[in-house]
Design a protein. Structure first.
Length: 265
């Protein structure tokens, strides 16, 4: 049975699974859909065309599905889609998309989003990410699986953060972080491969060694960007006998090759 506190305001058109919990003084808008096992803390507002999956946990005072902070927005019915098993802590804000992009802000599964985080319009967040307290992410940013955002970090619009990358606390990021790389500083610069994180996630020593070599080619060998891409592609081909390593090297190569803002240097 849905447990809705007597002081909560849930629009009759909202669609809540039978076991959703809604805490005191929370507000759920008419175009909201919430999946089974999700818990909404007190004083939280969920509005807009927002779809939320299963077993999510929203703490107190979160603001979810509000209109984008974009002066071009004119009230279009854009969306926010959140997956399963996410934790969203106090005072977090996550906004719907804009018609200047796909019109959808997406949050995947199993993400850990701490207090005072802001995820702006049209962001695309993967799975198993961590947003530390006060991380601020501008519009149209892509955060790939297993990435970590340090506390009080800021990310410029349209930037991409590769899988398993890590952005240090109080860092300002204005260009893309390649997969597996640690970045930190104002402005953020590369500080090697996220070795400890990759070990914890089961990467083999061979794969980590290959990624460290790819990092060296890109950042330490004095090659131009185009020359580095060629050399890393050669590494992908040479690793064909080790599919796991070849896959990760290809992810590294393909990410930097697709960059439009440029990668951190």
């Amino acid at each position: 049975m849905t447990r809705i506190h007597a002081s909560a305001v849930v629009d009759s058109k909202a669609e809540l699974a039978s076991d959703v919990e809604v805490g005191p003084y929370s507000v759920i808008g008419p175009n909201v859909k919430i999946g089974a096992g999700t818990k909404i803390g007190s004083h939280t507002v969920i509005e807009g065309y927002t779809t939320i999956g299963k077993e999510n946990n929203f703490a107190h005072f979160a603001a979810i599905g509000g209109p984008p902070q974009d002066m071009k927005y004119r009230g279009e019915p854009t969306q926010l889609i959140i997956g399963d098993r996410n934790t969203v802590r106090e005072f977090t804000t996550i906004h719907t998309g804009t018609s200047q992009d796909e019109g959808i802000t997406r949050i995947g599964n199993d993400n850990w989003i701490m207090a005072y985080v802001h995820i702006a319009h049209d962001c695309q967040v993967g799975n198993h990410t961590i947003f530390s307290s006060n991380a601020q992410v501008a519009g149209h940013v892509q955060v790939n699986d297993w990435a970590i955002m340090g506390g009080m970090s800021g990310v410029h619009q349209f930037v991409r953060i590769g899988q398993h990358a890590m952005l240090g606390g109080a860092s300002a990021l204005v260009q893309d972080i390649p997969p597996f790389v640690i970045a930190a500083g104002d402005k953020a610069s590369p500080h090697g491969i996220n070795v400890e994180g990759l070990k914890r996630r089961g990467f083999s020593s061979e794969t980590i060694s290959a990624l460290r070599q790819a990092y060296k080619v890109l950042y330490k060998d004095g090659l131009s960007f185009e020359e580095a891409k060629v050399e890393i592609q050669k590494m992908v081909v040479a690793s064909a006998g080790d599919p796991a390593t070849a896959e990760k090297l290809a992810q590294f190569h393909d990410f930097i090759a697709a960059s439009t803002r440029g990668i951190i240097r």
